[in-house]
Design a protein. Structure first.
Length: 205
């Protein structure tokens, strides 16, 4: 059996925090895992800003509800699911993801959880486990599944390198340049071709 593991934000949907930054006019919230490799450090930075500005979970969820998948993402997922299993491995949170999963046709999602007070204030976060994306790929391989992984950020590198085959997708030029041994693509058709050749073993002819 073959499994394609995908990052969510930047690959299938826009970056949630960047969209929220645009809505609130807080430029500091444009910082993502493309910029900061340490995810816990990044999230604590974000939560400090939310507390300072008095912003709560419903404020973020309102923005998420207005977001749509990236052009071509739904068709890409539908095509892949006809040929392999799809799992979204994301460092987003269950409280963020549900509207986006509905628009993507409810693919399987492994992600994290926010700690939220009764008034909607985000007080903290609980990572499913350290290096959760990498460990998920390792576990899938451990039950003898063939795995491909693709993502766009520093926090995707572990799963990409752990997988049987992997690729960067729409990654910043700086990340792609740091890891020239990882194929880097910009179009879903290219990612699909990589999957068919390197995961499914098709000739492409």
């Amino acid at each position: 059996m073959h499994v394609l593991c995908l990052d969510l934000e930047g690959v299938l949907v826009p970056e949630i925090w960047i969209e929220f930054s645009k809505k609130t006019g807080i430029p500091e919230l444009t910082r993502t895992t493309r910029d900061e490799p340490d995810y816990s450090k990044l999230m604590n930075f974000r939560l400090d800003i939310l507390r300072e500005k008095g912003l709560k979970l419903p404020d973020i969820q309102e923005v998420i509800g207005s977001m749509d998948p990236l052009p071509g993402a739904v068709e890409f997922i539908d095509t892949v699911r006809a040929e392999a299993q799809v799992i979204i491995l994301s460092d987003t949170f269950t409280q963020f993801a549900q509207p986006l999963m509905k628009k993507l046709g409810y693919p399987t999602l492994f992600c994290n959880t926010l700690e939220v007070a009764a008034d909607g204030s985000i007080t903290g976060f609980a990572l499913r486990q350290e290096e959760g994306k990498k460990m998920a790929v390792r576990a899938l391989k451990g039950i003898h599944l063939s795995v491909m992984a693709a993502g766009d950020s520093y926090n995707d590198l572990g799963m990409i390198q752990e997988a049987d085959t992997g690729a960067l997708f729409r990654a910043p030029a700086g990340i792609a340049a740091q890891f020239p041994g990882i194929p880097a693509y910009e179009q879903y058709a290219e990612l699909l071709a990589h999957m068919r050749k390197n995961l499914l073993g098709q000739s492409g002819e």
